[in-house]
Design a protein around this ligand. Structure first.
Ligand SMILES: Cc1cc2nc3c(=O)[nH]c(=O)nc-3n(C[C@H](O)[C@H](O)[C@H](O)COP(=O)(O)O)c2cc1C
Length: 160
């Protein structure tokens, strides 16, 4: 089984989560692909595809949205799993972010989906991002809230 974890990340958290998932997958030869570096990965080389994107202002990255749209026919032929990284505290909104992040067809086709949590890395934010997070999250401290249990459950379902 060959699996690709294809992700987009702005400040590096989704890349970190992609590595965590890769480390927990069993029985699979795993490639981790950053969509910003590899624009058109050859999906034919893989049996399984795991997609990951971070959420900003409620939406997934434009790069991931475009990739899903361009490759939807192939992606629905693969064993597919989807995750997002985000810091939304409300559980029902997290679920909404997940279902909005990817085309409905892919969400329905996925064997597993996951809200993997996220991080605020103030040192990597620009002026505007810092101001927004200070106002919304009422903090100016970097914080890591990657949800290891959710990632475990996600990988267990993929490993089945
Ligand atoms: C300006 C800004 C807006 C954000 N908006 C959201 C949001 O709407 N929902 C959410 O769940 N997380 C939001 N986040 C949190 C990010 O998704 C989180 O920092 C994530 O770990 C970033 O991952 P990345 O480094 O891979 O891009 C926001 C973060 C920033 C800096």
């Amino acid at each position: 089984m060959r699996t690709a974890i294809i992700y987009t990340s702005k400040h590096g958290t989704t890349a970190k989560v992609a590595q965590m998932i890769a480390g927990r997958l069993t029985g699979s030869q795993v490639s981790i692909i950053d969509l910003k570096k590899v624009k058109c990965p050859d999906l034919n080389s893989f049996d399984g595809i795991i997609l990951g994107t971070s959420i900003y202002a409620g939406t997934s990255s434009k790069t991931m949205q475009r990739f899903c749209k361009d490759n939807i026919a192939v992606l629905t032929q693969k064993r597919l799993a989807l995750f997002i990284c985000g810091m939304e505290p409300d559980t029902s909104k997290r679920q909404q972010e997940l279902t909005n992040a990817y085309p409905q067809e892919l969400v329905q086709h996925a064997v597993s989906t996951c809200f993997a949590g996220g991080e605020f890395q103030f040192e990597k934010m620009n002026f505007f991002e810092r101001a927004i997070i200070k106002r919304i999250a009422k903090t100016d401290k970097s914080v890591s809230d990657i949800n290891s249990d959710n990632i475990d459950r996600f990988v267990q379902e993929i490993n089945k």
